[in-house]
Ligand binder design. Structure first.
Ligand SMILES: Nc1ncnc2c1ncn2[C@@H]1O[C@H](COP(=O)(O)OP(=O)(O)O)[C@@H](O)[C@H]1O
Ligand SMILES: [Mg+2]
Length: 309
């Protein structure tokens, strides 16, 4: 079963006399236990998409299914979903962690007893049990964020939506959140994660969707995305500049030359043609260019690349 399916979501905001097409075309699928990183520059429409998935705002077009049911028609669908939204408004600051968990647990359909029991178990798991009666406003930002995760999980959802969950956290709290995300996915929950920290996306996600101006530009398994880009570039540095004849020959087969002595090659087969041409000349090194997600992301965004990579 799919934990989340979103199809052709659209949302336009009308603000005074301005029209903003925040989300134009977003389709996503996440299976249980999968982590999807939802990446895109500021204003791409990530938060708007998540708000539609949480049932907070109605899409203008398209539909959403959470474990098969529509959150905009069937409130029971919302009980299968938990969310940690952008910023720090996910919990009540005047209440204690215990009270927050009970309150939100009951709101998500648990009995008082169940909410208490589940809440205590989560506080214990997240190392917050000793703070259960301290008002949230007195907790550190990292603890508040862990509590927001606990609140989102109190009813054991199948799907967890995380909008910039590490924003404003220090290094240690960020590490804690990363561990939590891994554990939660390992327990079978599906996770949609937006983040600006691409290293986190690379580390945590099984697949990646890149959003720009309300549209998905690329969607692929994380490793595949990285592999496809990394296998497309080899760099050869010659010890001395190449002669004109060889440069012309290299360009003819499709290699790019920089400074007369660095050769870029986009495919493995080409690499051997290039070796033939430069045979016996001294070379410094041959290297496979390893792209990281940041470079891939920037390249896709720059090219505005459509369809699947
Ligand atoms: N409530 C709103 N009213 C009007 N415009 C909005 C509102 N929320 C977001 N927008 C606009 O919609 C676009 C997408 O915003 P958002 O979904 O927050 O993007 P992201 O989370 O990717 O940064 C932006 O241009 C933003 O200014
Ligand atoms: Mg946002």
């Amino acid at each position: 079963m799919k934990a989340l399916e979103a199809y052709n979501l659209k949302k336009t905001y009308h603000q005074s006399n301005q029209i903003v097409e925040a989300v134009k075309n977003v389709s996503l699928t996440i299976f249980p236990g999968e982590v999807l990183a939802f990446l895109g520059p500021n204003g791409a429409g990530k938060t708007t998409s998540i708000k539609m998935m949480t049932g907070l705002i109605q899409p203008d077009a398209g539909w959403i299914r959470i474990a098969g049911s529509d959150p905009h028609r069937n409130p029971a669908a919302l009980q299968k979903m938990g969310a940690v939204l952008e910023g720090n408004r996910n919990v009540y600051w005047r209440l204690t962690p215990e009270e927050n968990l009970e309150y939100f647990g009951v709101l998500k359909g648990l009995s008082h007893r169940e909410a208490r029991k589940s809440g205590i178990a989560l506080l214990e798991r997240f190392g917050l049990l000793h703070k259960r009666r301290t008002p949230v406003q007195q907790l550190s930002r990292g603890m508040q964020q862990k509590l927001a995760f606990a609140v989102a999980l109190v009813h054991q959802p199948l799907l967890l939506l995380l909008d910039e969950p590490t924003l404003g956290l220090d290094v240690e709290a960020t590490e804690d959140v990363k561990i939590l995300v891994r554990e939660i996915a390992a327990s079978g929950c599906a996770i949609l994660l937006t983040t600006h920290q691409l290293a986190i996306a690379e580390e945590l996600s099984d697949k990646i969707a890149i959003l720009q101006k309300g549209k998905i530009l690329a969607e692929a398994p994380t490793q595949e995305l990285i592999r496809q880009f990394s296998s497309t570039a080899y760099k050869i540095e010659m010890e001395v500049p190449l002669d004109k004849a060889r440069i012309a020959e290299l360009e003819k087969v499709g290699a790019d030359i920089e400074d007369g002595k660095i050769i870029y090659v986009s495919q493995l087969e080409l690499l051997y043609k290039v070796f033939d041409i430069v045979k016996k000349l001294p070379l410094n090194y041959v290297r496979k260019e390893q792209f990281d997600l940041t470079e891939i992301f920037l390249q896709i965004i720059r090219e505005g690349r459509m369809s699947n990579v």
